[in-house]
Ligand binder design. Structure first.
Ligand SMILES: [Zn+2]
Length: 196
C-alpha cells in the first residue's frame, strides 16, 4: 500500500517546493517543512510536532502528531513517519534515511528509531521532560544497542519550541476553567500532555 492510500497518511509535497525554500542548509529546509506539519497538527488541536523521513534528498514520508485524532497513545509524528516510510519503501529497514522531527523524540520513538536502523536523526527543540535522545536518556546512541544513530540537535530549535509553547499557553485558560468549575485543586501536572 502506498502511504497516499492510507486515509490518515499525509500526501507527499512537491519536492521542489520542499528544497527550494532558500534555507541556509538542507537540514533547515527540511525542518521548515516539518514545522509546517506541526502547524497543521495545531490546527487539528493536536500537540504541534511534525516529522519527515528523507532519502537521498527526497521526502519519503511525512506525518504530524495524531494522538487525539486516532485516539492512539502511540500516534506521535515521528513514529507515524517511520511506519509510512516503511510502507513507501517496502521495507522496515530505513538505514539510508534521515528522520527530521521538530521535537526531541520520547523513549517510545527513540526505540522505534533504533529499530528502524535510521542512519541519522535531526531534531529541533529539546524536550527536557521526556526527551530520550539527549535529555533524559541517550537511547539512540547507547553503545549497548545494536544500532546507533548520528544525531544533529537544535535545528530551528527556537521556532520548533515556540509553536509548542504557544499551543500550551492557548490551552491553559480552558483547562483552568474546567478545574475551577469542579472546585478541585490544580491538576495541571496530571493534565499536561507530553509535548510529543
Ligand atoms: Zn514519541
Amino acid at each position: 500500500m502506498r502511504p497516499q492510500d492510507d486515509e490518515t497518511c499525509l500526501p507527499i509535497p512537491d519536492q521542489a517546493d520542499a528544497l527550494a525554500s532558500g534555507e541556509s542548509s538542507p537540514d533547515e529546509a527540511m525542518m521548515r517543512r516539518a514545522l509546517e506539519l506541526a502547524r497543521a497538527a495545531k490546527d487539528l488541536g493536536e500537540v504541534p510536532v511534525g516529522a519527515l523521513v528523507v532519502r537521498a534528498g527526497q521526502i519519503i514520508a511525512q506525518a504530524h502528531n495524531l494522538r487525539e485524532t486516532l485516539r492512539d497513545p502511540t500516534a506521535h509524528a515521528e513514529r507515524l513517519a517511520l511506519t509510512w516510510a516503511g510502507r513507501a519503501l517496502g521495507t522496515w529497514r530505513l538505514d539510508d534515511c534521515v528522520l527530521y522531527v521538530t521535537l526531541e523524540p520520547c523513549a517510545m520513538c527513540a526505540g522505534a528509531i533504533v529499530l528502524s536502523r535510521i542512519r541519522r536523526l535531526v531534531y529541533g527543540a529539546t524536550d527536557p521532560k521526556a526527551g530520550a535522545c539527549r535529555s533524559l536518556y541517550r537511547l539512540v546512541s547507547d553503545p549497548r544497542l545494536n544500532h546507533r544513530v548520528e544525531v544533529t540537535a537544535g535545528v530551528l530549535a527556537g521556532e520548533c519550541g515556540e509553536i509548542l509553547t504557544e499551543f500550551f499557553q492557548e490551552r491553559r485558560p480552558f483547562r483552568k476553567l474546567g478545574v475551577s468549575r469542579k472546585a478541585q485543586p490544580s491538576t495541571d501536572k496530571l493534565d499536561a500532555p507530553s509535548p510529543s
